[in-house]
Design a protein around this ligand. Structure first.
Ligand SMILES: Cc1cc2nc3c(=O)[nH]c(=O)nc-3n(C[C@H](O)[C@H](O)[C@H](O)COP(=O)(O)OP(=O)(O)OC[C@H]3O[C@@H](n4cnc5c(N)ncnc54)[C@H](O)[C@@H]3O)c2cc1C
Length: 453
């Protein structure tokens, strides 16, 4: 049964908040509690669509006084479904979408409810961009707070490396600004520690001059997977920061599988063509969409492959190298997938990501060159258990070849959060959590409990 807030509290909440409130049984409640992953079916006690910072502050105080845990929603893309929680209060930031670009200082101030496509639209009017994710419908908040990897990361770092400051409503209901000079511990924690520390109502990001890229997908028959992945790996090890490659074994439109390489090159067209030649030279290309396209089109090109509502279970593992054994495992295990939509993908790190000191941010993994992502995707709830078992089995086989670390933004529900925070990070985050959220009000996330004592 859906937990309810009693009538007097409902009335109190309505009198406090300027934005819309969705309560169980009310119009819009069922739609408002849906997130991107169709596997998530949670029933919050109330969903507050904040109209501004004041709504966030009063809602946090309201929830704290009543012992109701708070979930925070930006894009709702989190695969673990952490934007909603059973019985808690959801603060939906979808109304906080303002962007102010300062082209002279190359900085942007962005509302905590923006999606990357919306942010990019505004910054591209000035020929500027900040590193974001590879899908335009992902929220800027969840992605950045967990680290934030995308096509620009090898050139300009993770999204969190480009965060200059953040306005945060902490568990006490107060608004603070975290930056290198103000609340530096909180600022450190926000750059990778997820939504544990408060509600970010606005970010300030560094911008960089970016207008277009040579970008697209080159696909090969599944039978060529080993050669394609070996060539991809070798190319990554010597690539310039301008080139970002992702590669994997992907679903083919006809139901089979293909080996695919997605590229983005931010240098000149000639340099980009030269950089991708070793992939094209493999021959037998069955699809090649690579073209010089505007940055916003780069950011949207994979959207169609990740529609809302499918059922997702993900596992990930950071790797220092992709050995032939890993490639063999990818090919072997993808062939046993219960769903035709399952895939295994490699993202390339290094470049500017690796040049940031390992202890500079809560996001670590700076020494990993690759992130392997196991995606179990289906539209059939009858095979959920099989899909989860498949994802775990593949991951177990990959684990001995990995750093043992996982990317917090790719953790599904109920996974080991420690794996995201190695080298004493978990303990440091836990101490900061105790300072800013001692009662663990913000616990619908990849939770870092407050340190005791
Ligand atoms: C299709 C798809 C593609 C993706 N591609 C990439 C990619 O290219 N690179 C990458 O790094 N990741 C990627 N991800 C992972 C993504 O970074 C995470 O799922 C991230 O959590 C999504 O952010 P969101 O704002 O959409 O999520 P939400 O589900 O809204 O929130 C996720 C978490 O962040 C917290 N949170 C949200 N907003 C705030 C806020 N304003 N203040 C404080 N906490 C907040 C929530 O409490 C929750 O714990 C992808 C995910 C999907 C589904």
């Amino acid at each position: 049964m859906t937990p309810q807030i009693d009538t007097s509290d409902r009335n109190a909440l309505k009198s406090l908040v300027r934005g819309t409130i969705h309560l169980p049984g009310g119009d819009g409640y069922d739609q408002a509690r849906q997130v991107w992953n169709g596997m998530i079916d949670r029933r919050p006690a109330a969903i507050i669509c904040a109209a501004g910072v004041a709504d966030v502050m009063v809602t946090v105080r309201f929830a704290r006084e009543r012992g109701l845990p708070v979930a925070i929603r930006c894009g709702g893309h989190n695969v673990a479904g952490n934007a909603v929680g059973d019985g808690g209060v959801v603060i939906d930031l979808g109304g906080l979408k303002s962007v102010r670009v300062d082209p002279a200082e190359r900085r942007a101030r962005a509302g905590g409810g923006l999606l990357w496509g919306e942010y990019d639209h505004e910054t591209q009017a000035f020929g500027l961009a900040s590193p974001g994710g590879a899908i335009s419908t992902t929220g800027i908040a969840g992605l950045t707070l967990g680290g934030g990897y995308g096509y620009l990361s090898r050139r300009y770092g993770m999204a969190c490396d480009n965060m200059l400051s953040a306005d945060v409503v902490t568990a006490s209901g107060e608004l603070v600004t975290a930056s290198a000079g103000s609340h530096p511990d909180l600022f450190w924690a926000l750059r990778g520690g997820g939504g544990n520390f408060g509600v970010v109502t606005a970010f300030e990001f560094q911008l960089h001059p970016v207008r277009e890229a040579l970008s697209g997908l080159i696909a090969f028959p599944f039978e060529m997977s080993k050669t394609v992945l070996q060539r991809y790996r070798d190319l990554c090890m010597e690539a310039s920061d301008d080139l970002t490659l992702m590669a994997g074994i992907l679903p083919a439109p006809n139901g089979g599988k293909i080996a695919g390489v997605v590229m983005s090159h931010f240098g000149t067209e000639e340099e980009g063509e030269r950089a991708i030649r070793p992939i094209r030279e493999l021959g037998s290309v069955i699809m090649d969409t690579v073209a010089r396209i505007p940055y916003c089109a780069v950011q949207r090109q994979l959207d169609v492959s990740y529609p809302k509502g499918l059922r997702h279970y993900w596992k990930s593992a950071f790797l220092k190298n992709v050995t032939d054994d890993v490639i063999d495992l990818m090919i072997e295990t993808v062939s046993t997938a219960p769903s035709p939509f399952n895939s295994i993908v490699l993202e390339t790190y290094g470049g500017a990501v690796a040049r940031v000191a390992n202890d500079a941010t809560a996001f670590g993994h700076r020494d990993a060159m690759f992130n392997l992502l196991i995606l179990a995707i289906s539209d059939n709830d009858a095979i959920d258990a099989e899909q989860t078992a498949w994802g775990r089995d593949v991951w177990q086989k990959i684990l001995p070849h990995s750093t043992g670390g996982a990317y917090v933004n790719y953790l599904s529900a109920g996974e080991d959060v420690h794996s995201a925070y190695q080298d004493g990070r978990f303990q440091r985050l836990s101490a900061i959590k105790a300072q800013y959220d001692p009662a663990n009000l913000f616990r619908f996330n990849q939770n870092i409990p407050p340190a005791e004592g």
